[in-house]
Design a protein around this ligand. Structure first.
Ligand SMILES: Cc1cc2nc3c(=O)[nH]c(=O)nc-3n(C[C@H](O)[C@H](O)[C@H](O)COP(=O)(O)O)c2cc1C
Length: 380
C-alpha cells in the first residue's frame, strides 16, 4: 500500500460515526460510516447520494474534508458509494481502498476512474499511526465485501455482518443475511480468527462489544436450520387428484425410511412464503406438478420463484406429475430446479392421467433414492 503525505497537526486517534441516523432503505436503524482520525484521516464507508451533504457536514464537524487522506469501502453498493462523487469533488486527493470487485463497482457507479488501491485478503494499509488490515468476505452481502480491522483500536468494521434493524440483530439476520448463510458462516469464522475487541457494524447499534453474544446468536440461527433429522419438503400441484395420489405414496415411502415429510398442496396453499421457508429448512425437495396449457400451473411457478436459491443449491430433489398429452410442466420444473443447482435423483417422472402400478413403483424407487441421498447431504 502507498504511504501518504505527512502532516504536522495530527488529531488524536478516534473512531467517529459520520453516518446517518435513519437508514433510508428501511429497517429503522442507523446507517453507520466512520471517520478514523490520527496522523492520517481515514473514512470507512459512505452513504447514499441523497445524504452526501449530511455526510460531508458530519465529517466537517470534526475535520475539514480536505484533510481526509483515504476512504475504505467495505462494499460498493450505491447505498455506500452514492456520496463518493461529492466527496471526491471536494478533495480529489482522497485515495479509495476496496476489494478488486469493489473498485470495479465504484468506477462502474461513478463512471470515472478513481485514485484507487486494491485491498487483498490479509492486505494492509499503514496510514500514519493507523494500521488497517483487510479480509475478504464475499457475498455478505455484496460479492465485493470485505472486513476492515484497525489494529490500534482492535476494532473490526463489519458492514452488514452483525448489523441490527430497529428490532435487533436477529431480525436483521433473518431479513438480510439468511439468504447468504454459507458465506455468513465463513465470514463469522474469519471474525473469530481475527478476534477483535469491538465491532463496528454498518447498521444499527455500534460499537458492539458483545461479540460472543453476537457470534452465539448467529450460531443458534444457523443451528435452527441445520438439525440432524432429515426433512423433505413435498410440494405438489394437483387439479384432479392424479399427481396428489402419487404424492401420498411418496410421502408414505419416505416416512417409512425415517424421513420427516412436510407436505403442501400448492393449489390451495395460502402462504407460498411459508412453503418456500420450509423448503429452505428441509434437506431435500420433492415437487409434483400436472401440466396446464403446456406449462406449469401458476402456483408452481410462484413456488419456484420464491425459493432461496443459495439455500436450495446442492439439495437432492426429484420432480413427478401427471399430464394428459404433452407433459411440459414436469420437464420445466425439473430443468429449472436443475438450473438452480439442486441435485436431481434421476430424470423426472411423468405419467399419463391416472398413475398405473408401474408409475407408482417408479415413484417409490425415486423416493428410495432420495432417502439414500439424504444421508449423504453435507450442509455448507
Ligand atoms: C385446462 C387444462 C389444460 C391442460 N393442458 C395440458 C397440456 O397442455 N398438456 C398436457 O399434457 N396436459 C394438459 N392437461 C391435462 C392434465 O395435465 C391432466 O389432466 C393431469 O392428469 C392433471 O393432473 P392432476 O390430476 O394431478 O391435476 C390439461 C388439463 C386441463 C384441465
Amino acid at each position: 500500500m502507498h504511504g501518504m503525505q505527512e502532516r504536522s497537526e495530527a488529531m488524536k486517534n478516534e473512531i467517529i460515526n459520520i453516518g446517518i441516523p435513519e437508514n433510508p432503505f428501511g429497517g429503522g436503524a442507523s446507517l453507520n460510516a466512520w471517520l478514523l482520525t490520527g496522523e492520517k484521516n481515514i473514512l470507512i464507508d459512505g452513504v447514499p447520494e441523497k445524504h452526501a451533504e449530511e455526510y460531508i457536514k458530519n465529517i466537517s464537524a470534526h475535520i475539514s474534508p480536505d484533510k481526509i487522506d483515504c476512504i475504505v469501502m467495505g462494499h460498493a453498493s450505491p447505498e455506500r458509494t452514492g456520496c463518493l462523487k461529492r466527496l471526491l469533488e471536494l478533495n480529489g486527493n482522497i485515495k479509495v481502498y476496496a476489494s478488486v470487485a469493489g473498485l470495479r463497482n465504484i468506477e462502474e457507479t461513478l463512471n470515472f476512474s478513481v485514485n484507487g488501491e486494491i485491498c487483498k485478503n490479509g492486505g494492509r494499509l499503514e496510514a500514519g499511526d493507523n494500521s488497517l488490515e483487510f479480509y475478504l468476505t464475499p457475498n455478505v452481502t455484496w460479492p465485493d465485501t470485505m472486513l476492515t480491522y484497525s489494529k490500534q483500536h482492535e476494532a473490526l468494521f463489519t458492514g452488514e455482518l452483525f448489523s441490527s434493524a430497529a428490532e435487533g440483530a436477529a431480525e436483521f439476520y433473518e431479513k438480510n443475511l439468511r439468504f447468504f448463510v454459507p458465506y455468513v458462516k465463513a465470514a463469522v469464522k474469519k471474525v473469530k480468527d481475527i478476534s477483535p475487541k469491538v465491532l463496528y457494524p454498518g447498521r444499527g447499534t455500534a460499537p458492539a462489544r458483545n461479540i460472543n453474544e453476537l457470534t452465539g446468536l448467529y450460531d443458534r440461527l444457523y443451528a435452527e436450520k441445520f438439525q440432524d433429522t432429515k426433512k423433505v419438503l413435498l410440494a405438489y400441484a394437483s387439479r384432479s387428484g392424479n399427481t396428489a395420489a402419487v404424492a401420498g405414496k411418496i410421502q408414505n415411502k419416505l416416512e417409512s425410511r425415517g424421513v420427516s415429510v412436510l407436505s403442501f398442496d400448492l393449489t390451495c396453499c395460502t402462504s407460498l412464503q411459508r412453503v418456500a421457508k420450509a423448503a429452505e429448512d428441509a434437506d431435500g425437495l420433492v415437487l409434483g406438478t400436472y401440466t396446464n396449457k403446456r406449462t406449469m400451473p401458476q402456483c408452481v411457478w410462484d413456488f419456484i420463484s420464491s425459493l432461496n436459491v443459495n439455500l436450495m443449491s446442492g439439495k437432492p430433489y426429484f420432480v413427478f406429475g401427471s399430464q394428459g398429452w404433452s407433459g411440459e410442466g414436469v420437464f420445466m420444473a425439473d430443468s429449472i430446479l436443475s438450473m438452480l443447482k439442486l441435485r436431481h435423483c434421476g430424470k423426472a417422472l411423468s405419467f399419463t392421467l391416472a398413475p398405473s402400478e408401474s408409475d407408482i413403483s417408479s415413484a417409490l424407487q425415486y423416493a428410495q433414492t432420495l432417502a439414500d441421498k439424504l444421508s449423504e447431504v453435507q450442509h455448507a
